[in-house]
Design a protein around this ligand. Sequence first.
Ligand code: CMC
Length: 359
Amino acid sequence: MSFIDGQAGVLEYRGYPIEDLSAHSTFEEVAWLLLYGELPSSAELEAFEADLARLRVPSPTLVKMVQAFPVTGHPMQALQASLAALGMVSPKVDLRDAASKDEAARRVIAVTPVLVALFERVRAGKEYVAPRADLSTAANFLWCLDGEEPAEIASKTLDCALILHAEHTMNASTFACRVVASTENDPYTSCSGAVGALFGPLHGGANERVLNQLSTIDGVDAVEGWYEAKAESKSKVMGFGHRVYKTKDPRAKNLQVLAVKLFDELGSTPKYDVALKLEEVVTAKLGGRGIYPNVDFFSGLVYEKLGLNTDVFTPIFAMARVAGYCAHWLEQHEDNKLFRPAQIYVGQRERSYAPMSER
Ligand code: CMC
C-alpha cells in the first residue's frame, strides 16, 4: 500500500506522493486511501468522517480503565494497554464479515487519539474531556488535551504531521501488527502489539530522544564538540539513519517545511538552529555512508512548538500510524496465512541427560 525509493527519497501511499497528500488532503482522506486503495469521493469522505465521529467516543468503562493506569507509566505503555483494553469493551470482530472488520478498524483509528489525550489528562491530574463530532481527528486530539478550541494553525500542522506518519511499508511495528493479525486476531490486539514495537528508540521512540538530545547541546557552537564526543563513544545520533533511505527521508524534508511555517507564525526556537548545525555536521561525517536525517529528526520541534510534552511524541506517531496498521490488518485478512519464520538451529544435539548430582 506504500512505495519507497530509498536512494531517491521517494514515498508514495497507494501511488500518490506524500508531498501531494500532505499539501492537499486531510488525515481522514489519507486514512480512507490507505484502507480502501482510492481517494474518497466527497460522499464517501462525509460518511467516513461521520463514522469516525461516532466511533471515537470511548465507553465509560474504557475511560475508567485508562484513569486507573499508574501515572508513572510512559504514554506509549498506556497506549499499548489502552488498545488491548479497547478490545475488551468492543464487539467481537467477525473475520469473515467485511462490515465487522471495517467497523473495528475504523474504531481503532477514531479512538486512539482520544485515548492518548486522556492519559495526558490523567497524568496532569485533570478530568476527561469528551471528543466532539464536529472536529477533525487532529483538532479533536488538541481539544481532548486542553478542553479548548485549538488554533487553526495548530490543527492544520498536526493534520499534516499525521499524514506524513500514516504508513511506511513493512517497518518493525507494521510487521509486528501483521504477525499478530496472522494468528487470526482482531485489530485491537494487533495494533496493541504494533505499538509495543513502535515504542523502542530504534523505531518511533527516537523522536522524543531527538528533542532531549537537542536540549543537551549548548548552542550552535557546541554542536561539533558534542558530535565528536558521540562518535568517540560510538553512540548513535538519534534522528539519523534509516534501513531503507540512504538519502534525506522525504518525511523529514516535509516536516522541516512544516516546522519553518510554524516558526514563521509563532516564533522560532534556538533548538532549530542547533538542529540545522547538527544536520550539517552529521551529514558531512556520515552522509557518505547513507546516514541522513530521518522522519524523527524534525517532528519533535513541530510538536514542541505546539506545546506538547516530549514523551507524547511517539504516541502521536502511533495515532497516525494506526491508519497504516489497520490497512495492513485488513489486507492480511484478505488472504491470511500464519507467519511462522524458519530458524537455523546452531546449538548442540542429542546430549546425554546429566542428573543434578553430576552438574
Ligand atoms: N548515528 C551514528 N551512526 C549510525 C547511525 C546514527 N544515527 N545510524 C547508523 N549508524 C552507523 C552504525 O553505527 C553502523 O556503523 P558500523 O558499521 O561502523 O558499526 C552503521 O551505521 C550501520 O548501522 P545499523 O544500525 O546496523 O544500520 P540499520 O540499517 O539497522 O540502521 C537505524 C537503521 C534506524 C536502526 C539506525 O540508523 C539508528 O539506530 N538510528 C538512530 C535511531 C533513529 O533515529 N531511529 C528512527 C528510525 S526512522 C523512524 C522509525 O523507524 O520510526
